[in-house]
Structure formats: structure tokens, C-alpha cells
Design a protein around this ligand. Sequence first.
Ligand SMILES: Cc1cc2nc3c(=O)[nH]c(=O)nc-3n(C[C@H](O)[C@H](O)[C@H](O)COP(=O)(O)O)c2cc1C
Length: 251
Amino acid sequence: MNKEQRDFLKDSVRKRVDFSRTGQSRGVPEPPWQKPTPAGSPTVSLPAAGNWNVPACDLREAIARRQSHRRFLTLPLSLDDLSFLLWAAQGLRQAASPRQNFRTVPSAGCRHALETYVAAMRVQGLDKAIYRFLPHGHSLVKVKGFDRLESLLSEATFGQRFCGDAAATFVWTAVPERMEWRYAEASYKVIAIDAGHACQNVYLACAAVGCGACAVAAYDQARMDELLGVDGDEEFAIYLAAVGKVQSEPS
Ligand SMILES: Cc1cc2nc3c(=O)[nH]c(=O)nc-3n(C[C@H](O)[C@H](O)[C@H](O)COP(=O)(O)O)c2cc1C
């Protein structure tokens, strides 16, 4: 038993934080709501909320049938499917307003300290590559193409092959500065909680598009960060979800 690590789950930290010293209290400008895109990066527009071909889905049934899937059909995801799943994970609730950062998932203090990457193995219209989702603008920016993306993902998850067999594997990174600006040392537990919201929405949204998902928290930190091209300090991977088409079950 490690007391310090157990304490991570408690909120005792809040009484130790000097909130008068946070970036916000000192007037430091708010970190950007999403990671800026390097100039000239190739971007892909995604079908906007409401413009996609996604059938209605009974929420009660989606919750009742939610389960982890690790075997996927070889069928690709459509761009509509991916757009919908990304919207469910981290999309803006009021896409029309660039001054608001309210999303489809809750976040402590509305800080939204996550970025969502997609390793696209089989998505119609997308090269096999790693992309980053831009909630503001509802688009993807291409990070890097990889010929061996399937095996690289499997290697970066300690041999969990379904992460490479998936049509797309989502990887959430944390950008701690966004949460620290307001909550200092009280940031870390709530970032982890926020990642759970994103992943659960993906599980449930999968039901609407004939997909299944499996959450993954066991991965090689250094390899995954390298694959995403993040520095491992200011931004690092914290959670994954492998997603693919699955055999429909009789109701
Ligand atoms: C935080 C978290 C981490 C997980 N990590 C993994 C993982 O690394 N590999 C895996 O195969 N499943 C992983 N899972 C899936 C669980 O094994 C699965 O949710 C559990 O067995 C219950 O099955 P169910 O989701 O079908 O109800 C994870 C689930 C959660 C919530």
C-alpha cells in the first residue's frame, strides 16, 4: 500500500493548494482551449453535427448493451462514423460559438485539458496515419503517416493486438497546463476523471454506428508519446480506446 498514491484519489490536496498563486489568480493568460496547429499542416474537415448519416439510437439500449469489444470486423469506418464518435468524445456542444468551450462531456472547471488523437487504420477517405481532432473547427489535423501503424500501436500497448486491428484507435493526451492554470496541484485527479467521460461517450456512441470499443490504460508511455509526437512532459498519453465495426447482436 502506498499512501501517497492512494491520496491521489482523495481531495485532501485542495486544502494544501495556495489558490492565490495559480496562473489564473496571477493574471497569466489562459492557455489555449486546443493545441495550436502548426502552420501548413494538412487538415481534413469532418461532417458537422447534424449533417452526418448516423441513425438514431435508443440510449437505454446502448447503456444496457455496453461492453468492451476486442474483435473487430475488417469493415472500415465512414468519415461520418468517425466524425460522430469524435463529437461524442470531445465535440463542442455549441459549435456555432467560438467564444464558448462547452463540450459533449463535462470537465472540471470547463478546463478540457485533453487532446484527442486518432490512429486511423481503416477510415474511408483518410490515409493510414495519426490525426489530431480539433473540436473548434470540427476537423482533423494530420500528425504523421505510418506504413506499419497497426504493429506500432500493438507494440506501444504491450502487444495488445486489437489496438492495431481496430479500424481506429483513439488516444487521449493530457495537457496539464490547461487544468493547472486554475487548479494547480488539484489538477491531476480531475484530468483522469475527465478522460473517463470521453471514453464512456465513445462506448455509448459506438452503439449508433455498429461499432464496439475497448478502453485501454495499459500502454508503453514512452513509445505511445513518441508515436503521437508529443514531448511527454507538457503533453502525454493517458488513455486509449480501440474502435471498430462489430457483428450486430440479436436484440
Ligand atoms: C480504466 C480502464 C482501463 C482498461 N484497460 C484495458 C486494457 O489495457 N486492456 C484491455 O483489454 N481492456 C482494458 N479495459 C477494459 C476492461 O477490461 C473491461 O471494461 C472490463 O473487463 C469489464 O468488461 P466490460 O467493459 O465488457 O463490461 C480497461 C477498462 C478501463 C475502464
